[in-house]
Write a protein that binds this ligand. Sequence first.
Ligand code: GDP
Length: 492
Amino acid sequence: LPLVAICGRPNVGKSTLFNRLTQTRRSIVGDEPGITRDRIYGEVEWAGRDVRLVDTGGVIPDDEALIPAEIFRQAKVGLEEADVIIMVVDGRTELAAPDIELARLLLRGGKPIFLAVNKMDTPELEAGAENFRRLGFRNVLPISAEHAAGIGDLLDEVWAALPPEFVAEEPEEAMEGFEEEFEEDMDGGGDPLPGAQDAPDEESKPGRRLRSHGEHISRETKIAIIGRPNVGKSTLLNALTGSDRAIVSPIAGTTRDAVDEVVTREGHDFRFIDTAGIRRKGKTKLLAEKLSVIMSRKHLEAADVALLVIDAAEGVAAADANIGGYAHESGRSVIIIVNKWDLMTEVGPDGKRLLDGKPPADQKVYEQQVRDSLKYLDYAPLLFVSASESQGIEQVFKKVELVARERRKRVSTGSMNRFLDKIDFQRASVPMAKRVRIYYMTQAAVAPPTFVLFTDRDVKLHFSYERFLANEIRDTFKFIGSPIWFKVKARN
Ligand code: GDP
């Protein structure tokens, strides 16, 4: 969970604010290893998203001679651990030296930061919050922790500054309550529980719940460029980000030296993950190859879509298949990029390839060879590009957008079961003993699309059975570029 730190000297209302925010879920006093006793952690849910809250605690002495150590400690906690910081001051008193010192340290850290001016219980006082702008904060919000005023606005602002979520729904979470959903669906015969998420919430005003959750994800796609050394990953990255590069910014919470590059096109953000890592080269060939596998796995973790880059002149090598295997298992969507296609088509006066004197390559034939070597990635679209010539680059963006959309697609339980009725399971080449009866199925999660099968027996689905089902699902519902996952639940 993302972490929000509350900082401020004592008596400004830090703990009142902390308690107000965590009231429904009592705070846990940190006794865990590595957590100092004086820090208090709790959880808050707002606008459909959970956040961990830390009261940085500590006693900041009023004696100015003793100030620095405690202030440094508190600022350090905030700056090192938190994704967003709320600094609290007492709006009814003059700014004290510790406030100013703490503000200075926190602002220097460069993290998203909000100044909550507390004890603003009346409108007249509220106007006074503006005075505190001279501390240098851009975001100044009047609140009354005790009277619960201004809290919603504060949370809205803080939540909007949180790092985007990697995956909106964990398959496990999405499974909860699924059975009820299914019953309901059977009764009504329509889509699962429309409006289930729109239940009114006393804490929040109308419209507030709609914010933050999922919005980032639909607009931004995180892309990992993976592959062996020298297949052209950094050249491809340059071609993709080249003149369109809009922002260079890391996602908070990722490795310190990671740098992302974001390209915005037609309202869609394409975030290329850890571009420093993509450009990193190993010293020796063997080391470089090992590093490329490690990097590929690391980049996959943070991605929605992987671009698996292959060198056209070399074809699919063992390491390509290895990396492709990781991509497949990671549940990310995959696009296979056959790079350096220029080398395969550039011919001399004799009509033969300059590269090796063979006839120019045919894309259909070539694609078949690649697919034969990467069988498990049969769902991955394949594109031919020439990164160094900037050829075929536009189609990469189009495909990324398509597969990003497809992996978040949801099929209703109703249509899933109408589809299930029509499948001819006799066609699946699965040994009799390995067959299971599927009573019904439903999509329990997206990204990657995950289906739960309710069966007569509690067994792991036979490989060919899974494949057969996945192919049938693809014939009807596509899910272009994304693996399809299954879970089995025996009905007893
Ligand atoms: P990386 O290790 O995967 O990042 O590979 P690089 O991007 O450094 O590219 C390795 C070599 O392949 C460089 O010499 C590039 O100039 C060359 N290269 C990259 N893309 C292409 C391409 O589309 N066509 C040709 N002919 N060469 C390319």
